[in-house]
Structure formats: C-alpha cells, structure tokens
Design a binder for this molecule. Structure first.
Ligand SMILES: Cc1cc2nc3c(=O)[nH]c(=O)nc-3n(C[C@H](O)[C@H](O)[C@H](O)COP(=O)(O)OP(=O)(O)OC[C@H]3O[C@@H](n4cnc5c(N)ncnc54)[C@H](O)[C@@H]3O)c2cc1C
Ligand SMILES: *[C@@H]1O[C@H](CO)[C@@H](O)[C@H](O)[C@H]1NC(C)=O
Ligand SMILES: *[C@@H]1O[C@H](CO)[C@@H](O)[C@H](O)[C@H]1NC(C)=O
Ligand SMILES: *[C@@H]1O[C@H](CO)[C@@H](O)[C@H](O)[C@H]1NC(C)=O
Length: 602
C-alpha cells in the first residue's frame, strides 16, 4: 500500500535466517512422516491450533507451511511498515481478483500472507473480536450454541494479552473497557503509543457530530455495541507486531512434539480409506515450495486440519476431488466427494479511500516520501522500538449503520446480525492512501477510508487447472447487490459530513481527485465502483452449516461433510462475514476448534 521503494529500503539490510527450534526447512529433518495431527498452513488459525494441540506432550503435530520464516523480516515486525509487506513481495501469494462486474471490470491485487503466521504476520494489525450478534448468528445458523457469544467469550481470556500502558505513558482509562479484554493470553493487543496531529480533531468530531459519530469507549466487540468512533486496538506489544508466530508458535517452540516445516506446499489430500460410507482423507501430499522437488506424503493418525485460509483451503479441497462435480470434471479430477458449496459463498469487506488534500501540515506524507525521514524513524525503532514505526499507522476508527428509514430496507432485509453491529466503517488516516496509485510528489493529505462490512454479494474461488501452483480464480463479485452499493454510497456521504465538523475548519480540507466532482447519488456510485478495492477479509468458502444440512461444507464441529479425518479451521468456515476486522474472530474460532478436537480425542 505504501511505495514499493519503501519496502526494498527497509527489507534490504535486516534479513536474518530462521532460528525457531520447531521450525524446519527441509523434509530430511523430519524423523517420521506420521503424526497424530497434520495442520496445513502455519497461519493465524493453524498456529493457534498447533499450540493448543501440543499442550498434551503425548500428541504429535506436523504443520506444513508454503511460505518462509517471519524472523528478521522487518516489515513483518515493525508495525507501521506492515502495509509494505504486500502486495507482490516474497511474503505474499500475489493473487488478484478476476475482472469485477460491480467495479467497472477492474481487477486488482488480493494479498494473503505467505510466511509463518500467515496473514497475521502481513495484516494491518487492527484487532477486534466480532460482535456478540455475529457469534450468536453463527450459533443459530449452525444449530450449535457453542458458537454463540455466551460460550465464545471465554476464549478472549485465552487469546488476548491486553497492554494498557502506552509508549507515551498517558492515562488510558477512558480509551478502552477492561472488562471486555483478556490480560493473560497469547497475542499482545495495545492502544496507539503516540499521538498523531489529527487526533484532537477526530476526538472533537465525535463531540460535534454525536448523532453521526458518537464517541465509543471500546470497539473490540463482544457484548458492547461497536457503533461509534473510538481508539484503535492493534496486535502490537513493546513496539513490535504480535502474530500467531510470535505468540502461539513462539510459546510452543520448545515442545519436541511439534514440528513446523516451512517452504513446503501441500499439493492435495489423498483418500486413505472408506469407513462407514465416509471417505477418509488422512494423507497429505506436499513438495518443496517452488514445486520442483519430489512429491512426499505425510500421514495423520487422527486428523488432517486444513488451515490454509479462505482462498487456499477451497483450492486444496478441489484439487483433492472434494468440490463441485461439474467444475472438477472440466479438469478430469475424479470426484471423491461431490459438494457444490466448496469455494462458493465468498464474502469480503470492500475498501474505499476517500482522499482529501489538506492545507494543514504534519501528515505522514513527507515521512513516507522522504528517505532521510523514514530512515531516521526506522533507526529509532531499531534502537529503541519506539516512535512512529513502533505503532500502527492509525489511532482511531469508527462504525456506522445505514439509517433504518433508508428506502433500501423496503426491499432488502437488514443484513447486519443486529443493531449493535455496523454496516460500514470509517478509518481517518493521516496521509495519502490509494492502493496501486502512487502518492503525489508533494502535498499533505487526509484519507477517510470507508469500508462495507455487512456484505451481501457472494462470490467464488475456483481452481484454474490441476496444477497446485496455478493461482485460483478469485471472484468476490464485489458490489453486485443493491444493498452493497447503497451502504457504500452512505459511507461516502458520511465521510463528506465528517470533514464538515467545525474541528476541521482550519485544516483546509478539500476533496481530492474524483471525490471533488461527485454530487448526485449516481456520481457517488460511479466513483465507488471506479475506486473501491478490498480490505482483505475473505471468508465463507467452506461455510459451516447444521450437521443435518446438505448445504455448506463443514459441520458445526468443523469436520468436512461426507469425509472422515478431515476438518477445516480458518476464516473459510464463517457462514456470514463478521462485522469487524477478521483476525480476532479467526483466533477465537481456532481456540474453540482446539477444544472441540481435544474433546473428540478422549
Ligand atoms: C494485507 C492484509 C491486511 C489485513 N489487515 C487486517 C487487520 O488489520 N485486522 C484484521 O483483523 N484482519 C486483517 N486482515 C485479515 C486477517 O489477517 C485474516 O482474516 C486472517 O489472518 C486469516 O486467518 P486464516 O488462518 O484464515 O488464514 P492465514 O492467516 O492467511 O493462514 C493461511 C496459511 O496457510 C498457508 N498456506 C496456504 N496454502 C498452503 C499450501 N497449499 N500449503 C502449505 N501452506 C499453505 C499460507 O501461506 C498461510 O500461512 C488482513 C489481511 C491481509 C492479507
Ligand atoms: C510474488 O511476487 C514476488 C515479487 O515478484 C516474488 O518474489 C514471489 O516469489 C512471488 N510469490 C509467489 C507465490 O508467486
Ligand atoms: C485516569 O483518568 C481517570 C478518569 O479520567 C481517573 O479517574 C484516574 O484517577 C486517572 N488515573 C491516574 C493514575 O491519574
Ligand atoms: C525453498 O526451497 C527451495 C527448494 O528447495 C529453495 O530453492 C529455496 O531457496 C527455498 N527458499 C527459502 C526462502 O528457504
């Protein structure tokens, strides 16, 4: 998202070779190819599970990860530099979406982390849990109350290590609600450590426009409404990123019963046998990552767990003969389990950068465009893990709903899971953001990113060949429903109202580029379709449904329908998209999945 030059600059000098003891870089380092559990993907969910399952020293686990180590990779460690890690780097899968009908036929980058920690090592560090309404809907559509918030909230304590002390040592008691958080879990979560020049104006806006953007003391979710604007919480501790690798894996690293093989790609699952009408898939075929080495097979005594993420999990299922029989027939893949839902129901949040030119000084634009400034800041971070680089690039965010009297609700049922859950998000950002379009060489900017959260468009992920190294065809079908474009239009109007608050009067805020010329609803819709991309939260491609339902891909216990010995544990199982950023919901999901798997083993 920042300039590619910045990425090469910060990457060049700091690469260090991996030293995690559980992490192996050659299959020849494995003394056996048979384990109790094989986890595919050392990502957000995969490493959470790996930690929990190996708490029992008698249980052996092999994790196979296509990407490389995150150790010493500065942009994966330094919070502010997170956005330089993607797209199109050695740490990205380099995916793109197919031409989007709802976006004037545009195609664009669709990053996914390809390193230890998966997307938790490559994301923008924003941390929330989903609302209780999101989780209660998962509970009701799956018929398993274990997914409802009453049960899920216990996992906040296991997962989160909230740090209330900030770098600047300010009194944070009005900036979060302690009862909503865990303080002794695995992943560090903290508030922004230093103020930004726009912070006071943002806070004043919540007082001046209280019906639009009321102050909300905690936006993490759970039982507390997330409508309103407040302080951002990030997966950062001590000035460095906290990912599933630096937390769950680091804390399990010395266990001899855990092996994590990196730089090896799983190519497909092999059917092992058929028991009681269920086809067992306990064998995993894999090879060294560029795909040139020999094919190897690892065997799970108990289960194979797919944690390859919302794009690669359906790809691996389809390559293995589990999917839409028509699609598989095109590639002459024998259909082992016919299920048209594999790779369907793809949903994502839409991202829109509303850019304003500002007369006010002190934006991050100069920091990003001037090598001497960024070098000095990176130098400070290396020396003391403090300063701008030690923090997320935003301090505030907010959530809003389409008013209930909007005519759209005459024809469309409200897609949000309840009144405490938003339809759209606003992220005030102190510089130029416009994915794929370089920052102008001068000027200060304010970008009010808005995002669609309660997405109703549904897309697909499909293999394009039998080659596991071919990128899947990803079609989120962004903005193809009346609700989705309506909510985005409302978000643009909201952003334009935001900067009309008196707090911005002397900041010289002028809409930039195409935003400057929109007036009618039709203009706004065209502007949205011409500029929007993704905020990288794909879910739903292996959706969970009731055990009795033939729709969906997994049962409420996350076992793949029609199979034995195979589960999916990652963002692809969410049947609806959470109303928040998705890493927190994935962590909670994986924590409960570990408990479900442990209870089956007894
Ligand atoms: C650029 C970006 C920014 C984001 N920003 C935020 C944010 O600020 N806040 C937030 O909450 N969420 C954010 N997200 C989303 C969030 O990170 C994801 O929803 C979440 O991490 C997904 O977890 P997962 O376990 O499903 O998949 P992942 O964490 O992506 O893990 C999948 C793992 O499987 C590996 N893998 C895939 N295929 C294979 C194979 N064939 N063989 C072996 N290994 C394989 C991958 O390399 C990866 O390590 C962002 C995502 C991206 C990409
Ligand atoms: C992604 O692109 C980068 C930069 O071109 C390259 O180094 C990397 O190998 C690519 N990764 C994949 C999985 O294609
Ligand atoms: C922090 O602020 C709160 C409320 O504003 C106040 O009650 C509390 O005493 C303050 N704590 C300290 C240590 O100053
Ligand atoms: C990954 O493995 C391949 C094949 O063994 C090797 O050529 C490549 O250098 C390895 N990459 C890393 C980053 O270890």
């Amino acid at each position: 998202m920042f300039s590619p030059g910045l990425f090469s600059l910060v990457l060049a000098s700091f690469l260090i070779s991996p030293s995690f003891s559980a992490t192996l870089t050659s299959s020849s380092q494995l003394s056996t190819l048979e384990y109790d559990y094989i986890i595919i993907g050392a990502g957000t969910a995969g490493l959470t599970l790996a930690n929990r399952l190996t708490e029992n020293p008698k249980v052996t686990v092999l994790v196979i990860e296509a990407g490389v180590s995150d150790e010493g990779v500065v942009p994966a460690i330094a919070p502010f530099l997170g956005p330089t890690l993607t797209p199109n780097t050695p740490y990205d899968w380099n995916y793109t979406v197919v031409a989007q009908d709802g976006m004037l036929g545009r195609s664009f980058s669709y990053p996914r982390g390809r390193l230890l920690g998966g997307s938790s090592s490559a994301n923008y560090l924003i941390h929330q849990f989903g609302t209780d309404e999101d989780w209660n809907r998962f509970g009701s559509v799956t018929g398993d109350s274990g997914w409802s918030w009453k049960n899920m909230q216990q996992y906040v304590q296991k997962h989160e290590k909230f740090i209330s002390v900030t770098e600047d040592g300010r009194n944070t008691s009005d900036e979060f609600i302690p009862s909503l958080h865990g303080f002794n879990g695995q992943v560090s979560v903290s508030l922004g450590g230093i103020a930004q020049p726009i912070d006071d104006r943002i806070l004043a806006t919540t007082k001046q426009l209280p019906s639009d953007f009321p102050f909300n003391q905690d936006l993490s979710g759970g039982s507390h409404s997330i409508i309103g604007l407040g302080y951002l919480q990030s997966t950062v501790g001590g000035g460095v990123r906290s990912s599933s690798s630096t937390s769950y894996l680091a804390n399990a690293n010395s266990r001899p019963n855990l092996k994590v093989l990196i730089n090896y790609t799983v190519t497909k699952l092999l059917q092992s046998r058929t028991t009681a009408g269920q086809k067992a898939f306990r064998n995993v075929q894999f090879t060294a990552s560029p795909g040139t080495g020999p094919l190897l097979t690892a065997k799970a005594r108990k289960e194979v767990i797919l944690s390859a993420g919302s794009l690669n999990t359906p790809q691996i299922l389809q390559l293995s003969g589990i999917g839409n029989s028509g699609d598989l027939a095109k590639f002459k893949i024998p259909v082992l389990v016919s299920n048209p839902n594999v790779g369907s129901n793809l949903r994502d949040h839409v991202f829109l950068p509303n850019i304003f030119n500002v007369a006010g000084q002190g934006s991050f634009d100069d920091l990003i465009r001037q090598p001497d400034l960024i070098n000095a800041a990176v130098g400070e971070w290396i020396a003391s893990k403090t300063g701008v680089i030690a923090n997320n690039f935003i301090n505030f965010f907010g959530f809003s709903r389409v008013p209930s009297n909007n005519p759209i609700f005459k024809s469309v049922a409200d897609p949000a899971p309840g009144p405490k859950s938003p339809h759209w998000e606003i992220i005030p950002t102190n510089f130029w953001i416009n994915p794929g379009i370089p920052q102008p060489s001068s000027g200060n900017f304010l970008t009010l990113v808005t995002a669609l959260l309660s997405t109703t468009s549904r897309g697909t992920v499909k293999i394009r060949s039998t080659n596991p190294f071919d990128k899947p065809l990803i079609d989120p079908k962004f903005l193809t429903t009346a609700f989705d474009i309506t909510a985005m239009r409302e978000s643009v109007k909201g952003a334009l109202r935001f900067v009309k608050a008196p707090a911005w009067a002397d900041y010289g805020v002028i809409p930039f580029g195409p935003l400057a010329t929109v007036s009618s609803d039709n203009d706004i819709d065209n502007y949205v379709r011409s500029l929007a991309t993704s905020i990288f939260h794909p879910v739903g491609t292996a959706s969970m449904t009731k055990a009795s339902s033939s729709n969906g891909v997994v049962n409420p216990d996350l076992t793949v329908k029609g199979t034995d010995g195979l589960r999916v544990v990652d963002a692809s199982v969410f049947p609806f998209i959470p109303s928040t950023h998705t890493q927190g919901p994935v962590y909670l999901l994986a924590e409960r999945a570990a408990d479900i798997i442990k209870s089956c083993a007894n």
